[in-house]
Design a binder for this molecule. Structure first.
Ligand code: FMN
Length: 210
């Protein structure tokens, strides 16, 4: 029995392509794996706070030296990290915003990329100071874009700071088994969008079937 964590970050509801497709992915997954546990977090509609000065002080102070104030400053982050680490599989929906990810997803990432919890910082080993701690997991990322040509070999590939960034940051904490399902053409609509949705659905069906 595996634990799947489903994360969305579009602030849209029914109009969101990424949310529609992550929902379809998770429904198909539940049918194929009825015993699996699913948790859901929507940071688009319920954003997590940005990190602030007390958060940084707490995250970079050893837990055994935490005052009650520092414990409180890091409490939500600890809960988010606990939830993240409890999962074996992640399904993340992410729009492209201004060539990158929505700031709500970035705020979530800042909360869970934590020294001592999701990565290890070893300053005494300057050749290799960072060690990932989130190992043996699998991730599926459904990315939605208004335009097109941001994928490998595409006209705007170099402007894509969305999927390369997600691969980098989740790889940094140890999640290297990541599959991307890209849905482009929200802005053109019509047949181009319909074809893109159909292709994404086919990919989802194949991925869930394994
Ligand atoms: C603030 C904002 C910035 C956007 N920036 C881009 C962009 O840089 N490139 C792009 O192709 N689409 C861009 N879009 C379009 C979205 O990526 C597209 O509408 C996508 O489908 C949104 O995801 P959702 O359908 O899950 O809400 C942007 C949309 C918004 C609201």
């Amino acid at each position: 029995m595996a634990h799947l964590l489903h994360i969305d970050c579009s602030p849209r509801s029914e109009r969101s392509h990424s949310k529609k497709l992550t929902r379809e992915f998770v429904e198909a997954w539940k049918q194929a794996h009825p015993g699996d546990i699913v948790s859901y977090r929507d940071v688009g509609c319920n954003p997590v706070p940005h990190v602030d000065e007390p958060w940084i002080a707490a995250a970079y102070t050893p837990p055994e030296q935490h005052t009650p104030e520092l414990q409180e400053a890091i409490r939500l982050s600890d809960q988010l990290v606990d939830e993240f680490l409890a999962a074996d599989i992640y399904v993340i929906g992410s729009p492209m915003y201004n060539f990158s990810i929505p700031s709500t997803l970035k705020a979530y990432i800042d909360q869970i990329v934590r020294p001592g919890r999701t990565f290890k910082f070893e300053p005494d080993n300057p050749a290799n100071p960072y060690k990932p701690l989130v190992l043996g997991k699998k991730m599926f990322i459904i990315s939605a874009r208004g335009g097109s040509g941001f994928g490998t070999g595409g006209k705007y590939e170099k402007l894509n700071y969305q999927t390369p960034y997600l691969a980098t940051i989740f790889g940094f904490i140890g999640i290297t088994d990541i599959t991307f399902i890209d849905l482009e053409n929200d802005e053109s609509g019509g047949k181009e969008l319909a074809d893109a949705i159909a292709a994404a659905r086919t990919q989802i069906t194949q991925l869930v079937a394994g």
